[in-house]
Design a protein around this ligand. Structure first.
Ligand code: PEP
Length: 249
Protein backbone atom coordinates (compact mmCIF):
# COMPACT_ATOMS: atom_id res chain seq x y z
CA UNK A 1 0.00 0.00 0.00
CA UNK A 2 1.34 3.41 -0.95
CA UNK A 3 1.05 6.03 1.79
CA UNK A 4 0.49 9.49 0.30
CA UNK A 5 3.26 12.02 0.88
CA UNK A 6 2.68 15.76 0.92
CA UNK A 7 6.05 17.51 0.85
CA UNK A 8 6.61 21.24 1.05
CA UNK A 9 9.43 22.82 -0.93
CA UNK A 10 10.37 26.09 0.68
CA UNK A 11 12.93 26.95 -2.01
CA UNK A 12 14.96 29.99 -0.80
CA UNK A 13 12.40 31.27 1.67
CA UNK A 14 12.33 31.52 5.49
CA UNK A 15 15.02 32.32 8.03
CA UNK A 16 15.56 29.93 10.94
CA UNK A 17 13.39 32.12 13.15
CA UNK A 18 10.56 31.95 10.60
CA UNK A 19 11.08 28.22 10.11
CA UNK A 20 10.77 27.56 13.82
CA UNK A 21 7.61 29.64 14.09
CA UNK A 22 6.15 27.60 11.20
CA UNK A 23 7.18 24.32 12.86
CA UNK A 24 5.47 25.32 16.10
CA UNK A 25 2.23 26.12 14.24
CA UNK A 26 2.30 22.99 12.09
CA UNK A 27 2.95 20.69 15.04
CA UNK A 28 -0.14 21.95 16.85
CA UNK A 29 -2.28 21.33 13.74
CA UNK A 30 -0.79 18.00 12.65
CA UNK A 31 -2.83 15.22 14.19
CA UNK A 32 -3.71 11.66 13.35
CA UNK A 33 -3.55 11.24 9.62
CA UNK A 34 -2.83 8.51 7.09
CA UNK A 35 -0.83 11.00 5.07
CA UNK A 36 2.88 11.63 5.53
CA UNK A 37 4.04 15.23 5.59
CA UNK A 38 7.49 16.71 5.16
CA UNK A 39 9.14 20.09 4.70
CA UNK A 40 12.13 20.49 2.37
CA UNK A 41 13.92 23.56 3.64
CA UNK A 42 17.10 25.52 2.87
CA UNK A 43 20.24 23.86 4.29
CA UNK A 44 20.63 26.39 7.09
CA UNK A 45 17.20 25.55 8.50
CA UNK A 46 17.52 21.75 8.42
CA UNK A 47 19.11 21.06 11.81
CA UNK A 48 16.67 23.34 13.63
CA UNK A 49 13.71 21.75 11.84
CA UNK A 50 14.84 18.18 12.55
CA UNK A 51 14.91 19.09 16.20
CA UNK A 52 11.65 21.05 16.12
CA UNK A 53 9.73 18.25 14.35
CA UNK A 54 11.29 15.46 16.40
CA UNK A 55 8.60 12.99 17.56
CA UNK A 56 5.87 14.76 15.54
CA UNK A 57 5.88 12.41 12.54
CA UNK A 58 6.61 15.34 10.22
CA UNK A 59 9.65 14.71 8.05
CA UNK A 60 12.40 17.09 7.00
CA UNK A 61 14.09 17.17 3.62
CA UNK A 62 16.94 18.94 1.85
CA UNK A 63 16.50 20.47 -1.59
CA UNK A 64 19.75 19.20 -3.10
CA UNK A 65 22.93 17.22 -2.39
CA UNK A 66 26.26 16.71 -4.14
CA UNK A 67 26.99 13.27 -5.57
CA UNK A 68 30.67 13.16 -4.51
CA UNK A 69 31.65 11.86 -1.08
CA UNK A 70 33.62 15.02 -0.24
CA UNK A 71 36.07 17.36 -1.90
CA UNK A 72 36.86 20.79 -3.25
CA UNK A 73 33.32 21.74 -4.28
CA UNK A 74 32.78 25.21 -2.88
CA UNK A 75 29.21 25.89 -1.86
CA UNK A 76 28.11 22.26 -2.04
CA UNK A 77 26.76 19.96 0.67
CA UNK A 78 27.51 16.22 0.86
CA UNK A 79 25.30 13.28 1.70
CA UNK A 80 27.25 12.63 4.93
CA UNK A 81 26.47 16.18 6.03
CA UNK A 82 22.75 15.57 5.48
CA UNK A 83 22.94 12.20 7.25
CA UNK A 84 24.60 13.86 10.24
CA UNK A 85 21.70 16.31 10.50
CA UNK A 86 19.19 13.45 10.22
CA UNK A 87 17.06 14.52 7.27
CA UNK A 88 14.48 12.08 5.91
CA UNK A 89 14.20 13.30 2.30
CA UNK A 90 16.22 15.03 -0.38
CA UNK A 91 14.82 16.63 -3.54
CA UNK A 92 16.83 15.73 -6.65
CA UNK A 93 16.60 17.41 -10.04
CA UNK A 94 14.08 20.13 -9.28
CA UNK A 95 13.41 22.05 -12.50
CA UNK A 96 14.81 25.24 -10.95
CA UNK A 97 18.10 23.43 -10.36
CA UNK A 98 18.03 22.04 -13.89
CA UNK A 99 17.22 25.49 -15.29
CA UNK A 100 19.46 27.79 -13.22
CA UNK A 101 22.23 25.58 -11.81
CA UNK A 102 23.15 23.26 -14.66
CA UNK A 103 21.60 20.09 -13.23
CA UNK A 104 21.46 17.44 -15.96
CA UNK A 105 19.93 13.99 -16.29
CA UNK A 106 23.43 12.63 -15.65
CA UNK A 107 24.00 14.53 -12.39
CA UNK A 108 20.46 13.64 -11.30
CA UNK A 109 21.29 9.97 -11.83
CA UNK A 110 24.58 10.29 -9.91
CA UNK A 111 22.79 11.98 -7.00
CA UNK A 112 20.03 9.36 -6.90
CA UNK A 113 22.59 6.54 -6.90
CA UNK A 114 24.61 8.20 -4.14
CA UNK A 115 21.56 8.72 -1.91
CA UNK A 116 20.18 5.22 -2.45
CA UNK A 117 23.50 3.44 -2.06
CA UNK A 118 24.86 5.29 0.95
CA UNK A 119 21.88 6.39 3.04
CA UNK A 120 18.36 5.75 4.23
CA UNK A 121 17.30 9.17 2.94
CA UNK A 122 14.36 9.07 0.51
CA UNK A 123 15.06 10.91 -2.73
CA UNK A 124 12.26 12.97 -4.26
CA UNK A 125 13.08 12.89 -7.98
CA UNK A 126 11.56 15.77 -9.96
CA UNK A 127 10.69 15.38 -13.63
CA UNK A 128 8.55 17.46 -15.94
CA UNK A 129 8.23 19.04 -19.37
CA UNK A 130 8.28 22.73 -20.29
CA UNK A 131 5.47 24.55 -22.06
CA UNK A 132 7.01 24.27 -25.54
CA UNK A 133 7.35 20.51 -25.11
CA UNK A 134 3.74 20.20 -23.93
CA UNK A 135 2.53 22.37 -26.81
CA UNK A 136 4.50 20.19 -29.22
CA UNK A 137 2.79 17.10 -27.77
CA UNK A 138 6.07 15.47 -26.72
CA UNK A 139 5.55 15.66 -22.94
CA UNK A 140 5.28 11.90 -22.47
CA UNK A 141 8.46 11.26 -24.44
CA UNK A 142 10.36 13.99 -22.54
CA UNK A 143 9.29 12.84 -19.07
CA UNK A 144 9.77 9.14 -19.75
CA UNK A 145 13.30 9.87 -21.07
CA UNK A 146 14.04 11.77 -17.83
CA UNK A 147 12.80 8.77 -15.85
CA UNK A 148 14.88 6.31 -17.86
CA UNK A 149 18.07 8.36 -17.42
CA UNK A 150 17.43 9.04 -13.73
CA UNK A 151 16.98 5.34 -12.93
CA UNK A 152 19.98 4.10 -14.94
CA UNK A 153 22.03 1.52 -12.99
CA UNK A 154 19.62 1.58 -10.04
CA UNK A 155 18.44 -1.79 -8.71
CA UNK A 156 14.73 -2.64 -8.49
CA UNK A 157 14.98 -2.73 -4.70
CA UNK A 158 16.36 0.82 -4.61
CA UNK A 159 14.04 2.09 -7.36
CA UNK A 160 11.02 1.16 -5.23
CA UNK A 161 12.22 3.60 -2.55
CA UNK A 162 12.26 6.63 -4.85
CA UNK A 163 9.49 9.23 -4.69
CA UNK A 164 8.87 10.71 -8.13
CA UNK A 165 7.41 14.21 -8.37
CA UNK A 166 5.83 15.02 -11.72
CA UNK A 167 6.17 18.79 -12.00
CA UNK A 168 5.26 20.34 -15.35
CA UNK A 169 7.51 23.40 -15.51
CA UNK A 170 4.69 25.55 -16.88
CA UNK A 171 2.71 24.93 -13.70
CA UNK A 172 5.44 25.73 -11.14
CA UNK A 173 4.90 29.02 -9.36
CA UNK A 174 2.68 30.22 -12.20
CA UNK A 175 -0.73 29.70 -10.63
CA UNK A 176 -1.50 27.54 -13.66
CA UNK A 177 -2.18 23.96 -12.54
CA UNK A 178 -2.24 20.91 -14.77
CA UNK A 179 -5.79 19.57 -14.87
CA UNK A 180 -6.26 16.52 -12.65
CA UNK A 181 -6.62 14.49 -15.88
CA UNK A 182 -3.35 15.81 -17.34
CA UNK A 183 -1.54 15.19 -14.06
CA UNK A 184 -3.08 11.74 -13.58
CA UNK A 185 -2.32 10.71 -17.15
CA UNK A 186 1.34 11.66 -16.84
CA UNK A 187 1.69 9.95 -13.46
CA UNK A 188 0.25 6.79 -15.05
CA UNK A 189 2.81 7.06 -17.88
CA UNK A 190 5.58 7.47 -15.34
CA UNK A 191 4.45 4.34 -13.51
CA UNK A 192 4.27 2.46 -16.82
CA UNK A 193 7.76 3.54 -17.75
CA UNK A 194 9.10 2.41 -14.36
CA UNK A 195 7.33 -0.92 -14.96
CA UNK A 196 9.12 -1.11 -18.32
CA UNK A 197 12.47 -0.56 -16.62
CA UNK A 198 11.76 -3.02 -13.79
CA UNK A 199 8.49 -4.91 -13.15
CA UNK A 200 4.94 -4.43 -11.82
CA UNK A 201 5.92 -5.06 -8.21
CA UNK A 202 8.53 -2.33 -8.27
CA UNK A 203 6.44 0.28 -10.03
CA UNK A 204 3.51 -0.41 -7.70
CA UNK A 205 5.63 0.63 -4.73
CA UNK A 206 6.83 3.97 -6.13
CA UNK A 207 5.12 7.05 -4.68
CA UNK A 208 4.31 9.46 -7.52
CA UNK A 209 3.50 13.04 -6.56
CA UNK A 210 2.15 15.90 -8.61
CA UNK A 211 3.66 19.36 -8.16
CA UNK A 212 2.75 22.69 -9.73
CA UNK A 213 0.62 25.36 -8.05
CA UNK A 214 -1.03 22.89 -5.66
CA UNK A 215 -3.12 24.78 -3.12
CA UNK A 216 -5.95 23.97 -0.69
CA UNK A 217 -8.54 24.77 -3.39
CA UNK A 218 -7.28 22.17 -5.89
CA UNK A 219 -5.59 19.55 -3.68
CA UNK A 220 -8.59 17.24 -3.34
CA UNK A 221 -9.32 16.86 -7.04
CA UNK A 222 -5.64 16.26 -7.79
CA UNK A 223 -5.24 13.75 -4.97
CA UNK A 224 -8.43 11.97 -6.08
CA UNK A 225 -6.64 10.75 -9.21
CA UNK A 226 -5.75 7.05 -8.88
CA UNK A 227 -2.16 7.38 -10.00
CA UNK A 228 -1.31 10.39 -7.81
CA UNK A 229 0.07 9.55 -4.38
CA UNK A 230 0.85 12.97 -3.04
CA UNK A 231 2.05 16.44 -3.84
CA UNK A 232 5.19 18.52 -3.88
CA UNK A 233 4.04 21.95 -2.82
CA UNK A 234 6.01 25.17 -3.30
CA UNK A 235 4.28 28.49 -2.60
CA UNK A 236 1.42 27.10 -0.52
CA UNK A 237 3.83 25.27 1.81
CA UNK A 238 5.11 28.56 3.20
CA UNK A 239 1.88 29.07 5.13
CA UNK A 240 1.32 26.46 7.85
CA UNK A 241 -2.49 26.60 7.63
CA UNK A 242 -2.53 26.23 3.84
CA UNK A 243 0.02 23.42 4.00
CA UNK A 244 -2.05 21.65 6.66
CA UNK A 245 -5.20 22.01 4.55
CA UNK A 246 -3.39 20.26 1.71
CA UNK A 247 -2.18 17.50 4.06
CA UNK A 248 -5.83 17.05 5.09
CA UNK A 249 -6.96 17.04 1.43
C1 PEP B 1 7.78 23.42 -6.51
O1 PEP B 1 8.57 24.29 -6.20
O2 PEP B 1 8.15 22.25 -6.55
C2 PEP B 1 6.41 23.79 -6.83
C3 PEP B 1 5.59 22.88 -7.26
O3 PEP B 1 6.08 25.12 -6.63
P1 PEP B 1 4.57 25.76 -6.63
O4 PEP B 1 3.71 24.88 -5.78
O5 PEP B 1 4.76 27.12 -6.06
O6 PEP B 1 4.12 25.78 -8.06
Amino acid sequence: MRIPLIAGNWKMYKTTEEALAFAKELKTMYGDTDVKAAICAPYTQLAALVQAFSGSGIGVGAQNVHFEEEGAFTGEVSLNMLKEIGVDYCIVGHSERRQYFGETDETVNLKLKKILTDSEITPILCVGEDLAQRDAGIEQEVVCAQIEKAFAEISAEDAAKVVVAYEPIWAIGTGRTASPQQAGEMCAWIRKSIEGLYDVDTCDKVIIQYGGSVKPENATEIMDMDEIDGALVGGASLDSSKFMEIVNF
